[in-house]
Design a protein around this ligand. Structure first.
Ligand SMILES: *Cc1c(COP(=O)(O)O)cnc(C)c1O
Length: 363
């Protein structure tokens, strides 16, 4: 289906940052995508415009009641100058699941994907090519109706912005120490933990601050009811290799269904490695550590892809995992997933969307 998305090109292209200065989410490209919603009209006026501030009424509902959702995915430039997206359909499916939970009207997933591709093509010169770099894509929806009643907004904006990002691991993939959080919780089943919505992240800052003041990179979240079952690590899903089996918490309605999580599970099954999605308690991890079967632990998410855990701090005790080194399977997963994303490895599970054909037509 062809959608007519208007394009207004910038007359003041920005200076692009040097590849070694990129960091994460610090620089934004020349253009952005916007589409409006009104209850009477539905979604309308999809457009690509120069990157610019958005002006909103101070009574806009997003500021007061947090009616907002977001997504995060990446575009990659391959060595042979192709532009690849990693499973973008899954992100827009999830955006609509988040929308549904926050009472935000659904967005046509085909239109969203087309908007994303046209925007990436408009700013394709911003896609970095160095090892580990990519163009981070941040779609989001905000409730813009100016009214202080607590009910679903009658107006919204769907926006996509782009940010060239550097290598997550400047000195190679490296395990991080993690603080197991026993006081604060992130979400409970029935709440909004399964939606990518702003409040979840604001709610997590306190624990993250505390962990970081004590020298830990992130927190491992336990369930909100028993403070016992493992949920996520920071804003990543979490996996443990216990003996020869890889275990990850089953989707239970209180944490996010990561697309990297899903992809890692697919890859492990493709390799015939035993995997289990089930409830997993912190006690089981302590026991596996004590009896020597806890071989590896790692987080999964779009930003870092695979983030190995070198140490878990729990109830005054530091559990070192794999002598603080990156495990064999963690490294293999990291190299395989990033290789597929960068187009240097075969894509056996057909994850990548190659935008190159459209690129040559539209350039
Ligand atoms: C985005 C996110 C993840 C990871 O999802 P991916 O699709 O793999 O990037 C995991 N947990 C939380 C809370 C998240 O926000």
């Amino acid at each position: 289906m062809a959608h007519s998305i208007s394009i207004e090109r910038t007359v003041h292209p920005k200076q692009k940052p040097a590849a070694d200065q990129l960091g994460f989410g610090k620089y934004f490209t020349d253009h952005m995508f916007i589409m409006d919603y009104d209850a009477a009209k539905g979604w309308y006026d999809p457009r690509i415009v120069p990157y610019q501030p958005i002006v909103m009424d101070p009574a806009a509902k997003v500021f007061h009641y947090g009616q907002t959702v977001f997504e995060g995915l990446k575009a990659y430039r391959t060595a042979d100058e192709r532009i690849l997206l990693f499973r973008p359909h899954r992100n827009f499916q999830r955006l609509n699941q988040s929308n549904d939970r926050l009472s935000i009207p659904p967005i046509d997933e085909d239109l969203a994907l087309e908007a994303l591709q046209q925007l990436v093509l408009a700013d394709q010169d911003w896609i970095p090519s160095a090892e580990g770099t990519s163009l981070y894509i941040r779609p989001f929806v905000i409730a813009t109706e100016a009214a202080l009643g607590v009910n679903p907004s009658q107006q919204y904006q769907f926006i996509i912005i782009l940010s060239p990002v550097g290598s997550y691991y400047k000195e190679g993939i490296k395990p991080v120490p993690i603080h197991v959080e026993s006081h604060y919780v992130r979400a409970v089943a029935g709440g909004v933990g399964t939606a990518k919505t702003a409040g979840n992240y604001a709610a997590g800052l306190k624990a993250q601050e505390h962990a970081s003041a004590n020298g830990y990179s992130q927190v491992l979240w336990l369930d909100g009811v028993h403070r016992k079952y493992i949920e996520e690590v920071g804003s990543m899903n979490v996996f443990f290799r216990i003996g020869d089996t890889v275990v990850t918490p089953a989707l239970n309605g209180s944490f996010l269904a990561g697309i990297t999580r899903e992809s890692v599970l697919q890859l492990l099954r493709h390799w015939n490695i035993p995997v289990e999605e089930r409830t997993l308690s912190i006690d089981e991890i302590v026991e596996a550590h004590a009896n020597g079967t806890l071989k590896e632990a790692f987080g999964t998410g779009t930003a870092a892809v695979i983030s190995p855990i070198g140490e878990l701090f729990w109830q005054g005790q530091a559990l070192r995992i794999g002598e603080g080194q990156t495990g064999e399977l963690s490294a293999k997963l990291y190299h395989t997933v990033t290789g597929i994303q960068k187009g240097t490895l075969e894509d056996p599970l057909e994850w990548m969307v190659d935008m190159t054909k459209q690129a040559s037509v539209l350039k």
